[in-house]
Write a protein that binds this ligand. Structure first.
Ligand SMILES: NC(=O)C1=CN([C@@H]2O[C@H](COP(=O)(O)OP(=O)(O)OC[C@H]3O[C@@H](n4cnc5c(N)ncnc54)[C@H](OP(=O)(O)O)[C@@H]3O)[C@@H](O)[C@H]2O)C=CC1
Ligand SMILES: O=C(O)[C@@H]1CCC=N1
Length: 271
């Protein structure tokens, strides 16, 4: 699953917070040798120090790949430390929201192969989805290398152009938060209808997980699956009349939410 290139020359992870550790857990779960991974992070967690990866040690001379997972606001401070790897041989992969490939080229040089990627946190359990796009210098092999690293933690897809990354960020990068909010809200609604909290949370979690799995595995469209739950004049119809209200329903709210996240991604790109 992991190329010999990565296993032999090593992978550097710059920043190991929520996204970096989600990726790292997924890789270790998939059999990545912890000794092939070098982490740079100012305040490593106890978990990070306990799993056998190399934390804040001297870096290899010519790592196969550097994966950048610091906040966009920290990039200016963090990236120059790795400028010496800007070359034709180390592949840079960034998962930073709203940080265009050109910002990496400015620091690392245009001759550096760079892949911009947008994963999401279900990567921690191998169920993420990552969209990727390479710069002019990234070969098909470079993009495939980045893709195979991300494929270890879920699905991958290659974008047609970098402009699509803002919409991807608003949809699948931030999307898990919308779904977690849905779980919180469903559970709270169950409590309001008289259920104990733990029972309401169990029902909400299993409903969202089961519906998601059915949407992927049934071969039917989400629309048809929704219709299948909705008996004429039954309970679901009563709820959907509220959720699908013209102009103030869930579809409109989600449209506004994804648009706001995409716009924020664009703003971050503009500095
Ligand atoms: N969270 C998510 O769901 C997703 C995040 N992303 C992207 O991933 C990146 C990281 O986000 P996230 O993991 O949420 O953020 P976190 O703040 O959780 O992680 C960033 C990590 O980088 C560390 N760090 C700060 N400065 C440096 C430095 N100079 N050198 C090395 N490490 C440093 C931070 O340490 P400290 O906390 O001590 O400052 C922290 O551990 C962002 O660019 C984000 O846009 C992309 C997709 C999804
Ligand atoms: O909220 C953020 O900016 C990051 C990017 C996508 C998910 N989390």
């Amino acid at each position: 699953m992991f190329s010999n290139n990565i296993l032999k020359r090593g992978l550097v992870l710059l920043g190991c917070g929520k996204m970096g550790s989600a990726l790292l857990s997924g890789w270790l779960e998939q059999g990545m040798d912890p000794k092939s991974v070098w982490i740079l992070d100012p305040k490593p967690s106890d978990w990070l120090l306990s799993i056998g990866v190399r934390v804040n040690e001297m870096l290899p001379d010519d790592p196969a790949a550097v994966l950048v997972a610091v906040k966009p606001q920290m990039m200016g401070e963090a990236l120059p430390r790795l400028q010496r790897f800007g070359s034709a041989t180390t592949l840079f992969i960034s998962v930073a929201a709203g940080t265009p490939i050109s910002a990496f080229e400015d620091v690392l040089g245009k001759s550096t192969p760079i892949v911009r990627a947008m994963p999401n946190t279900p990567a921690a359990i191998g169920q993420g989805i990552t969209a990727l796009i390479g710069n002019g210098r990234a070969t098909e092999k470079d993009v495939a290398e980045a893709q195979s690293l991300m494929a270890a933690v879920g699905q991958t897809l290659v974008l047609q152009n970098e402009q699509q990354m803002d919409a991807v960020t608003g949809l699948s990068g931030s999307g898990p938060a919308y779904v977690f909010l849905m779980i919180e809200a469903l559970a709270a609604a169950g409590v309001n209808q008289g259920l104990p909290e733990d029972m309401a949370m169990q029902l909400a979690q299993a409903t969202v997980a089961g519906a998601g799995a059915l949407a992927i595995h049934s071969g039917e469209s989400a629309e048809q699956l929704r219709v299948n739950v909705t008996s004429p004049n039954g309970t679901t119809q009563a709820a959907l009349e509220i959720l699908m209200r013209n102009e103030s329903g869930l579809p409109q709210l989600l449209d506004q939410a994804v648009a706001a996240a995409s716009q924020r991604s664009q703003e971050l790109s503009n500095g």
